[in-house]
Design a protein around this ligand. Sequence first.
Ligand SMILES: Nc1nc2c(c(=O)[nH]1)N[C@H]1C(S)=C(S)[C@@H](COP(=O)(O)OP(=O)(O)OC[C@H]3O[C@@H](n4cnc5c(=O)[nH]c(N)nc54)[C@H](O)[C@@H]3O)O[C@H]1N2
Ligand SMILES: Nc1nc2c(c(=O)[nH]1)N[C@H]1C(S)=C(S)[C@@H](COP(=O)(O)OP(=O)(O)OC[C@H]3O[C@@H](n4cnc5c(=O)[nH]c(N)nc54)[C@H](O)[C@@H]3O)O[C@H]1N2
Ligand code: SF4
Ligand SMILES: [Mo]
Length: 796
Amino acid sequence: MKWGAAAGSAAIVAGNSLPLRALANTPETTPAEKREAVRSVWSACTVNCGSRCALRHQVKDGVIVATHTDNTGDDEYGNHQVRACLRGRSFRRRVYNPDRLKYPMKRVGNRGEGKFERISWDEAFDTIADNLKRIKQQYGNEAIYLNYCTGTLGGTVSKSWPPAATPIARLMNCWGGYLNHFGDYSTAQITVGLPYLFGGSWVGSNCSSDIVNTKLIVNFGNNPAETRMSGGGVVYQMTEARARSNARMITFDPRMTDSVLSGNDEWVPLRPGTDAALVAGMAWVMITENLVDKAFIDRYTIGYDEDSLPASAPKGSSWVSYILGNGPDGTAKTPAWAARITAVPEKTIIRLAREIASTKPCNVMQGWGVQRTTNGEQASRAICMLAIMTGNVGIPGGGTGAREGSWGIPFASFPTLSNPVTTSIPMFLWTDAIHRHDEMTALTDGIRGADRLKAPIKFIWNYAGNCIINQHADTNRTHEILQDDTKCEMIVVIENHMTASARYADILLPDLTAAEQPDFSTNGSCGNMGYAIFCDTAVEPLHECRSVYDMCTGVAKRLGVEAQYTEGRDQEAWLRFIYAESRKINPELPDFDTFRKMGIVKQTNPGEPHVEYRAFRENPEANPLATPSGKIEIYSEQLAQIAATWTLKDGDIIRPLPEYASSWEGHEAPHSKQYPLQMFGYHYKARTHSTYGNVDVLRDANRQEVWLNPIDAQARGINDGDMLQVWNDRGEIRVAAKVTERIMPGVVAMGQGSWYAPDRNGIDRGACMNTLTTQRPSPLAKGNPQHSNLVEIAKA
Ligand SMILES: Nc1nc2c(c(=O)[nH]1)N[C@H]1C(S)=C(S)[C@@H](COP(=O)(O)OP(=O)(O)OC[C@H]3O[C@@H](n4cnc5c(=O)[nH]c(N)nc54)[C@H](O)[C@@H]3O)O[C@H]1N2
Ligand SMILES: Nc1nc2c(c(=O)[nH]1)N[C@H]1C(S)=C(S)[C@@H](COP(=O)(O)OP(=O)(O)OC[C@H]3O[C@@H](n4cnc5c(=O)[nH]c(N)nc54)[C@H](O)[C@@H]3O)O[C@H]1N2
Ligand code: SF4
Ligand SMILES: [Mo]
């Protein structure tokens, strides 16, 4: 939900007698296109970049010759065009890519070796169905797993994430179900962490359009200029809103990001994984200088000081006690203390704490890089403490400290039925569930819906994802686990391209791209203007490729559930059905054929931009939060309980307060002497994760390179452009150097998502970030700490 209508913002999806913006703007073929007899076909870029853009494929003689974007609306904010970035505009280079899969194949060599043999669709379906039946009989449906796959999460029938919303889920649900997962690689730690503060299942924040009401933005590692690049997306919303509010922005990030370059006012670099220490240092200033909004604290929170602690909490366990050094650790979290940990100067901490406390309203926000770390649950909660201490929660121009929210156009989804299997695993632990399922319980590994995992993963459906190897942590370890095909017995990969993960398939099925099939695409992170896109069939299916819906139908037939699966509908019939359902919940939508012609329908959220927890702020007694106390729980009894009962590894920290916790893979870890550089793989404009990574023009324009500070470069005799080796105990990569002051000393960074390409010695020439990351999960969410890595670097 968080990519569209953010969950928790149901109120804004309610009433919708909305003006349709685009009715008057049906797309027209330009005179130039007419002369060349070029057809313009509406489609969309459905990848997982958090945005979602309209594309108009220009088709001549059955071939896409160019791709344009939205031409409806105008340049006016609020009626703006949903313009695609360079990735979407290069869509045809994915359709006609040399890596494109042409026909079904089966593995003939070892897993990962990439040796395949062409087979027929019948043989592919038979093999899959036979193995499913055998595995179900031996291990039950719990042994069948739908892997995390976001390649086309922007589709409706072709949707690849969340697993429960996919056509594969519908197929498995007709036949006894599948092992599910919870959480995601994007937001595992923050999703689990913040509800202990605010309650509910997902904590959002004010809509990005609400920044018109903001005086100061305090940004922890949010980089919309790179991660929300659409013309209908957050970067545009924020730019326009700030142009109206003149809000100053302070960004805390180890890297001077593109967002900092394009309109930031102050960049404050800090060591990765130390945000919670910075917050604690600022809290010390606010408390000792009497700058805290005590009226807000007293009415809306518990656990701030000793008087508001719940009865079960020991003495000295309040936030104020922790900050002032009256808690169990006895350490005052002074700006000097915070400066030593974060590398942010003491004077800066004091100055910014005063500014943040005295400028209202102030929007404290965070990206998700902060929490994709070993202690991300703690760090994400700590950042929210700034919004809480300053009383900015629940007011226009303020925010919760979480990432910005978005409104979404009401639209129905593909019905996928319900899953009879209730067990689910943290998505990051799928490799563990292959080789040590018998150890995995609710208390050791956070298994949900059951006390323990009853069966190992024996069968993996991987539809539109590269997490079999590229995007999952520790490629070398994953490779080892998957080598033994008596453990996980069958991997089915449904893909467009021969990716790193496709090489690990036992059965590899060639899918259609979004340009070769009809579907709908709705609502990226788009501020106050939601939209739906009709993706039409621009060109006929290439080669022997088939749609995922047809593939599922083929397997359903062999499992004896074809009638339940299809209900007599083909893909177009399903689209008409879903659209009719959509018009029931959104009567303003035009009829199906008009929508098809229009291509994009835009609707604006009626009323003011969404303010998270507005009702609670207005009347907390009548509208309590969904926490046990109904208030913001700075001290969480639930977390105290978990900390006391779960089995944790050495160094794993779960605390009732949003304290700073030193990382077992951070600058204070013992092995930081051997590997002195902190490294993370940021989300890079060159690609959406690994998707578009094989488009040559994009690759040439955005090199794969590792950023390092001149001080670290000089110490190692490295010059800009040198080829480097980067390594730790988990693996080694080769990548070019970018020597730049845009990154702080002691920290190095590189775009994540580059294609894993190990040579004969296992050295990854593709410079995939995950050759260096760990499979050890974070303590509470059991999430992916893929931004917490220690490495060493030398000239190759
Ligand atoms: N080190 C590190 N690793 C990370 C992250 C990080 O920050 N650092 N980020 C994590 C995050 S947040 C995420 S969301 C995951 C994303 O991980 P994935 O969900 O694996 O995303 P992609 O790498 O884009 O892989 C999508 C795949 O789908 C394919 N695809 C695209 N369109 C279609 C289609 O229409 N049909 C089919 N069948 N296939 C299609 C693409 O070719 C591509 O191989 O990565 C995670 N991995
Ligand atoms: N172009 C492009 N856009 C994308 C994606 C993509 O792959 N490419 N992926 C999409 C997806 S699925 C997701 S989940 C989102 C991810 O969105 P995010 O998770 O927000 O993106 P990241 O680049 O991982 O992190 C944002 C910034 O955090 C900074 N950072 C790293 N560690 C720390 C830290 O400890 N503290 C602080 N304060 N900052 C830190 C990094 O410099 C980085 O620029 O992006 C989406 N958008
Ligand atoms: S990658 Fe994202 S921003 Fe770029 S065109 Fe696709 S949906 Fe739009
Ligand atoms: Mo993500």
